[in-house]
Design a protein around this ligand. Structure first.
Ligand code: AMP
Ligand code: ZN
Ligand code: FE
Ligand code: FE
Length: 270
């Protein structure tokens, strides 16, 4: 069975635009064998995705998470796969992070208001449904209101680190993320290493207890693919890959599955 599995997908439980049910339905329509739900710092989308998958024969939903961590001041994303999403420690920590994200969004809105943007926290809450609030939600509103021509522009002018409306987010350390993933019986995987800032000691991160590496990713070049494939062999790591789907559509069809690995290559992880 050599089906395709997209191992990196965001839903409306974090900053993706599609609900977990819509993700599963589209993934099935696009002919995938499965998807991993890897929302930022939350497991809230997993149950709904699993429920949605039950109407299909043999469609795999991998329960996952993507933690944002800090490593010597640099942001590093750590994926956790096959986590027990009923683990109490995992639930506690993700709830604490979610509460902080709420406060942070209020601080960002305060800054925007002081900069004379007519934007209110209630509007942000309106678009977040029940998920974790992030800067993309705020960026979308700035675009809708005509202040910015694209989300990219909103980040570049206001929301990214160093800009006037930036507020730091609470982040775990790499060690904490690995620890909580392992405590909840998951597999810690280094996300999109090709997007990590130059000069970071990637192998140092791997040696902290990383078990897999995201060799394939929408934003990786062929050079990255080769480099991280070699690194996976050096450290005997699982090889994963995924689209990091958030909201991209081509001719009305979401690009879920644009990057994938085969089911055979990951079934050992299970
Ligand atoms: P947050 O979780 O609020 O810090 O927002 C992080 C998310 O914002 C990332 O997952 C990306 O989806 C998005 N993002 C970060 N930087 C940019 C950027 N320069 N342009 C567009 N989107 C971005
Ligand atoms: Zn995201
Ligand atoms: Fe990421
Ligand atoms: Fe992601």
């Amino acid at each position: 069975m050599n089906g395709r599995v997209d191992m990196h997908v965001h839903t409306s439980a974090s900053d993706g635009i599609l609900s977990p049910t819509e993700i599963v339905d589209w993934a099935k329509k696009r002919g995938l064998k499965g998807v991993a739900i890897t929302d930022h710092d939350t497991i809230d989308g997993i149950k709904e995705a699993i429920r949605a998958s039950e109407q299909y024969d043999n469609f795999l939903v991998i329960p996952g998470i993507e933690f944002s961590t800090l490593y010597h001041g640099v942001e590093i994303h750590i994926l956790g796969y096959f986590v027990d999403y009923e683990n109490l420690e995992l639930i506690d920590i993700t709830n604490a992070i979610k509460n902080y994200r709420f406060k942070r969004a209020e601080l960002i809105i305060d800054k925007l208001q002081k900069l004379n943007y007519d934007i209110h926290f209630s509007e942000v809450k309106g678009v977040v449904k029940e998920g974790a609030i992030g800067r993309p939600h705020i960026a979308r509103i700035l675009v809708q209101k005509g202040y910015m021509s694209s989300m990219q522009e909103a980040f570049e002018k206001l929301l990214k680190k160093g800009k006037a409306a930036y507020v730091e987010r609470f982040k775990l350390t790499v060690d904490e993320a690995i620890h909580i993933i392992e405590k909840s019986k998951g597999i810690p995987v280094l996300a999109h290493p090709g997007l990590i800032d130059d000069g970071v000691d990637v192998e140092g991160i791997i040696r902290k207890g990383i078990k897999g590496i995201e060799v394939y990713h929408s934003k990786h070049s062929v050079f990255h693919n080769r480099l991280y494939f070699k690194l996976s062999k050096k450290y005997n790591l699982f090889i994963t890959g995924g689209s990091d789907y958030h909201d991209e559509m081509i001719a009305g069809i979401p690009t879920i599955g644009k990057v994938f690995v085969t089911y055979d290559s990951i079934k050992e992880m299970k």
